[in-house]
Design a protein around this ligand. Structure first.
Ligand code: GDP
Length: 525
């Protein structure tokens, strides 16, 4: 391994944000192909892989979900790229949000025919909490998509970020010929039918060249005019604005056609930030400090049926992990020797020998690790910025056998500490309400309650629109609110007062009526 500083400086840790079906899986495959991590695209995650290795996975496979590729690492142009998977479809959960707290940048994939869709907006809002720099890729140029200028406007308006086109598409659908790079004055040529192999890097230098004239034929004058218009009407790329999360470079291509991804990745490894400094309660931790530190952002259950264990995913924020080293589990104040941290290669667990700031390692968790936990080499650090997100779906949970309420509470407590769900206990009743951001979280909770805690739980609908954590500097005001709004108040799994609003209108009303109170959509761990 190179020295620590250059190893860390070479890391690029990111996640893809997109709406289901925009092409995240396809683009992931092409990225791995470019990074030589796989030989033939199409083998990343069979959405219905044949190797069920646990009960958990058999449940997932019934639903066509894969958990095996949580973290993918590949080399590209002297950089080491870490791509963190953000579950997209049914398995969308709070983990998806929290994964975004563990990256230094994100790639937004937009379906060119559909434009900015609602899941993308939500994920983008999470990125904004930390001003994460965003790359944009407009996908599916091999289809008839919407007017690219209109798409650019939509990105700017809906996502409130400046869009700076780096390249511009030449035609679309069956007339798609490639992209023109506005900065290098180069045309990159698209060859259809090369979707599963690395396509040749065919270029024409200069829009004014004869080859460009020939390529564009009758459309030449129109295209030159369009480029002038684009240059005049759009933002110019600015590295500082990009790093501040205010401007996004925009690329066009087709992931399925394996085109435009390389052009994007080339700039990505140049511009995307290396591991960033992180705030802890006591101080700022600089990414290339010698001593190891990191935080847990995701816990995955029962990945291996032989051990029945869980894997806690830790983002390393400084220093280096060496196999067998001692780490301080800060919340418990305990030193633990870690010899079996894992990473994932092609769906298999592999022991990690070394990892540095920016990398993700998986720690075996026998119930002692929670979301947000910090590990260090002895210092009492506590990283901030790993929040709970207000759930969007709610169910009342009931027991088939009322004698088992102790087990239910214990199970729910543990599952909420792991971040699988959130639990709310209304202050006026003995009900328990669980909250999630994705539907599948409820099924996972019911399944695990039965499997691990031997509790048969049933769900009932409940009239809750969203949750807000309530805060107020004035204890008397808070007490008054507690009395007057008790009907909708709960205590969450961490003991925090939470307002469960029955409707959007009700929430707006309460915010207006109680101006001294804070109604927060996130809460720190
Ligand atoms: P995800 O849900 O975001 O992971 O999307 P997938 O990568 O699974 O893609 C959704 C569908 O769009 C699949 O049928 C892909 O084959 C298709 N798709 C992805 N990229 C392209 C593209 O560039 N062009 C076309 N025509 N289809 C694409």
């Amino acid at each position: 391994m190179p020295d620590l500083g250059s190893a860390i400086a070479s890391r690029r840790t990111f996640a893809i944000i997109s709406h289901p079906d925009a092409g995240k899986t396809t683009i992931t495959e092409k990225l791995l192909l470019l990074g030589n991590a796989i030989q033939v695209a199409g083998s990343v995650k069979g959405k219905k892989g044949p190797h069920a290795t646990s009960d958990w996975m058999s449940m997932e496979q019934e639903r066509g979900i894969s958990v095996t590729s949580s973290v993918m690492q590949f080399p590209y142009r002297e950089r080491t790229v870490n791509l963190l998977d953000t579950p997209g479809h049914e398995d969308f959960s709070e983990d998806t949000y929290r994964t975004l707290t563990a990256v230094d940048s994100a790639l937004m994939v937009i379906d060119g025919a559909k434009g900015v869709e609602d899941r993308t907006i939500k994920l983008m809002n999470v990125c904004r909490l930390r001003d994460t720099p965003i790359f944009s890729f407009v996908n599916k140029m091999d289809r008839d998509i919407r007017d690219p200028i209109e798409l650019l406007d939509e990105i700017e308006e809906v996502l409130a970020i400046q869009g700076a086109p780096i390249n511009w598409p030449i035609g679309m659908g069956s007339f798609f010929k490639g992209v023109y790079n506005l900065y290098t004055d180069t045309i990159h040529l698209y060859q259809p039918g090369k979707g599963s192999v690395l396509p040749d890097d065919l270029r024409i230098q200069g829009l004014e060249s004869e080859a460009a004239c020939e390529l564009l034929g009758d459309d030449y004058a129109d295209f030159v005019e369009e480029i002038e218009l684009v240059r005049g009407a759009s933002h110019e790329f600015d590295l500082d604005l990009f790093l501040a999360g205010k401007l996004s470079p925009v690329f066009f291509g087709t992931a399925l056609g394996n085109f435009g991804v390389r052009e994007m990745l080339d700039d990505f490894v140049l511009w995307a930030p290396p591991p960033q400094d992180r705030e802890a309660v006591s101080r700022t931790v600089v990414a290339d400090e010698e001593q190891l530190s990191g935080f847990v952002f995701k816990i995955q259950a029962n990945m291996d049926p032989r051990h029945r264990d869980r894997i806690a995913f830790m983002r390393i924020c400084s220093g280096r992990y060496n196999k067998g080293m001692k780490m301080r589990h800060v919340r418990l104040g305990k030193d633990v020797k870690i010899a079996d941290a894992v990473t994932f290669k092609a769906g298999e667990r592999v022991l990690v020998e070394q990892a540095v700031s920016g990398d993700i390692i998986g720690l075996h968790n026998h119930g002692t690790i929670q979301i947000g936990d910090t590990f260090s080499e002895g210092e009492s650090l506590q990283f901030t910025g790993i929040p709970h997100f207000a759930p969007e779906l709610f169910r009342r949970i009931r027991l088939a056998d009322p004698m088992k309420s102790k087990q239910l509470q214990k199970g729910l407590q543990q599952l909420s500490e792991e971040g699988s769900t959130q639990v709310f206990a209304p202050i006026n009743s003995s009900d328990l309400i669980v909250g999630a951001v994705g539907q599948l979280q409820f099924d996972v909770v019911a399944y695990r309650l039965k499997d691990e805690y031997k509790v048969e739980a049933l769900y009932e609908p409940v009239n809750v629109y969203t949750a807000r954590w309530v805060n107020c500097d004035d204890p008397r005001k808070l007490e008054e609110f507690r009395r007057k709004a008790s009907e909708h108040l709960s205590v969450d799994g961490g003991g925090y007062l939470t307002y469960l609003a029955p409707t959007r209108v009700n929430l707006a009303l309460m915010e207006e009526r109680w101006p001294d109170l804070e109604f927060r959509a996130t809460r720190e761990h």
